[in-house]
Design a protein around this ligand. Structure first.
Ligand SMILES: [Zn+2]
Length: 231
């Protein structure tokens, strides 16, 4: 490792090695002892946040490449300065970020991120977030995660959730339900069962509330909420 990547300017006892997870420094002698490295740990949090908000791996990687963060794997190949999607994916799958000692993000957020990696999402058209129940709503028949689709008719946009299996392979059945309708059902349920202030004072279901309180919601063949498991 080239000397310039050592973080001696931050702390004599810690350094960033090729095997150090992004966001940490390793103790020079006791390699199991990690210490957060602020600039990088903020980036890790942002990576998870982008994933949860529905950005595709490609979009997240693009963001990371704009941050000018040079990191261990880049030491070797001077010419290879860009992050790859595979590297970003590894970060999103690294359990060190939810370990007891280094709770960089919550277990809920980590779990949602793992689900998000299995479905293709991409937030475009100036949308800030995907619909609240993506990565949470499942088809009650086949168990797959629901995906989000939209259609436009006479200038009006209609957004709906549908069974991921049906969308991908044409198996199962659509289990189609409008985003507003399912979100409303879940929100009403939460209002009646969860007495946290942020639920009681909310005007509707947000992505944040869904992630915080709902582990899974199953949608039946008529597009109705069949059952809900809270987090
Ligand atoms: Zn299904």
């Amino acid at each position: 490792m080239s000397e310039k990547w050592r973080t001696h300017d931050i702390d004599e006892a810690y350094e960033i090695r090729e095997v150090t997870p992004l966001g940490f420094m390793q103790h020079v002698e006791k390699s199991t002892v990690l210490r957060p490295y602020k600039k990088h740990i903020d980036l890790v949090r942002k990576i998870f946040q982008l994933c949860i908000s529905g950005r595709s791996l490609g979009q997240i990687t693009e963001y990371v490449n704009q941050q000018n963060v040079t990191y261990r794997a880049k030491y070797k190949k001077e010419t290879e300065v860009k992050w790859s999607m595979a590297e970003v994916k590894k970060i999103l799958q690294n359990e060190v970020y939810v370990s007891e000692t280094y709770r960089v993000i919550s277990k809920r957020e980590f779990a949602i991120a793992q689900k998000m990696l299995t479905i293709n999402t991409r937030v475009t058209d100036g949308k800030i977030e995907i619909s609240p129940l993506i990565g949470i709503a499942r088809c009650a028949e086949c168990g797959s995660l629901m995906v989000e689709r939209s259609t436009s008719s006479r200038g009006r946009k209609y957004c709906y959730y549908m069974c991921g299996t049906n969308k991908r392979k044409g198996g199962c059945t659509p289990h189609k339900v409008s985003v507003n309708e399912l979100d409303d059902s879940v929100f009403k349920w939460l209002k009646n069962h969860v007495f946290a202030e942020e639920v009681q004072t909310a005007d509707g279901l947000t992505r944040k509330l869904a992630i915080q309180y709902v582990d899974c919601v199953y949608v039946d063949e008529y597009g109705m909420m069949e059952r809900i498991i809270i987090a």
